[in-house]
Design a binder for this molecule. Structure first.
Ligand code: GN1
Ligand code: MG
Length: 364
């Protein structure tokens, strides 16, 4: 995006000053995201400009309402708790000149703007247990802060998002409808999928009785901003999937993304491992603020989370590959298949490392 194009978009928002620079930021697979630097009366202030993927999120009004509801609630909670530095701890959404929270441009694209939280960084994996703890603690705190928010105040932005049975069914449909070339390329992955589908039956049964909670539902470790100096979790971002879910989803997605030794699309799978010490730190961080709200069954169910989420992602990536890459951003034609194989490797690692034993040791 050029500074001129950014300036034109920023004009729709309740902002003053001149755009100085614009650059892509983050590694999200869904929306387009840029950092826009503005000169405001001699002071340089940066904003996040985001193009909402309306193929994925088809109801921008619902998305906007949910976001405002969550941010208002969170701000209220943090303020009541005497939290300092509110504009670092919660996202600040900039309103449009027309009084809304998103802007639709002439071509029909949907845009929104946040204040960029400076002096922070994100990780695609945890390098140390301390980082893992900090990230997990931030997500746990986020979940705990929303515990009392009435669930009916949030719309379902993506119904069935972490419904494992639904993801299995979608994979089957995608496999049945795939072209011959992709079917052949995916043969080994589909074989693995059949094995994990069987294993999933027991998890689905075990999860049935668990309570629904307002969850983040996309707790990739790169969805938390960490402080550059202290390394502490500052702010949880990417709030489009905040809706009812199970706590195991949020814990599981953290393990899936933070604990492997290689990236989500790494292809050297023999050397990929899931680090026990990172899993333990994630567990300690996650339960620090959620323990008080969890039932016994819920706490015991957390160990299912990494399996559940790696399985969901393996199935989703594979289904997208078979459908011809209609959902995730891809950089090459095997990208989604590579991602799926990577998730199957993570599932194998969870067995090998005995994740259940690892987590029970971290509670001891
Ligand atoms: C997407 O937007 P991003 O990249 O944080 C996806 C998540 C997946 C993730 C896999 C709305 O998240 O569910 O876990 O990619 N978000 C949506 O990397 O589908
Ligand atoms: Mg993200």
């Amino acid at each position: 995006m050029s500074p001129g194009a950014a300036a034109e978009l920023m004009e729709a928002f309740w902002l003053y000053g001149d755009v100085q620079s614009v650059r892509p930021i983050g590694s999200g697979h869904i929306h387009g995201t840029w950092a826009v630097e503005m000169d405001q009366a001699g002071v340089s202030v940066r904003y996040i400009l985001q193009q909402v993927n309306t193929q994925v999120f088809q109801d921008p009004d619902m998305l906007a309402r949910n976001l405002t509801t969550v941010l208002d609630w969170q701000q209220h909670q943090y303020r009541a708790a005497g939290t300092a530095n509110m504009s670092r701890r919660c996202l600040t959404l900039i309103h449009t000149r027309r009084g809304g929270t998103y802007h639709t441009d002439a071509a029909g694209f949907v845009w929104r703007v946040f204040l960029l939280i400076e002096h922070t960084y994100t990780l695609d994996r945890a390098d140390t247990p301390a980082q893992a703890y900090a990230a997990a603690r931030a997500f746990g705190q986020f979940g705990a802060s929303l515990a009392e928010l009435p669930p009916d105040r949030l719309g379902l932005t993506l119904p069935g998002f972490h419904d494992l049975s639904l993801r299995i069914a979608q994979l089957r449909t995608a496999a049945a409808g795939a072209g011959a070339e992709r079917q052949v390329a995916a043969a080994r992955a589909l074989e693995q999928a059949r094995y994990w589908e069987q294993r999933a039956t027991a998890w689905i049964e075990a999860a049935e009785a668990l309570p629904w909670r307002i969850c983040h539902n996309d707790t990739k470790i790169n969805n938390v901003l960490l402080d550059r100096t202290t390394g502490e979790g500052v702010c949880v971002i990417d709030l489009d999937t905040v809706m009812p879910g199970r706590l195991l989803y949020d814990f599981g997605d953290l393990v899936r993304t933070a604990a492997p030794t290689a990236d989500e699309d790494a292809t050297e799978l023999d050397t990929l491992h899931v680090r026990a010490e990172i899993c333990e730190a994630l567990y300690r961080g996650f339960v620090a603020d959620t323990q008080a709200m969890m039932t016994q069954a819920e706490q015991e169910s957390l160990v299912l989370g990494p399996y559940w989420m790696a399985c969901i992602m393996a199935f989703r990536f594979l289904a997208d590959f078979l459908r011809g890459d209609t959902y995730y951003k891809v950089r090459h034609s095997r990208h989604n298949l590579d991602r799926a194989l990577n998730q199957f490797r993570i599932l194998e690692c969870l067995d090998q490392m005995d994740i259940a034993g690892t987590l029970s040791r971290s509670t001891a």
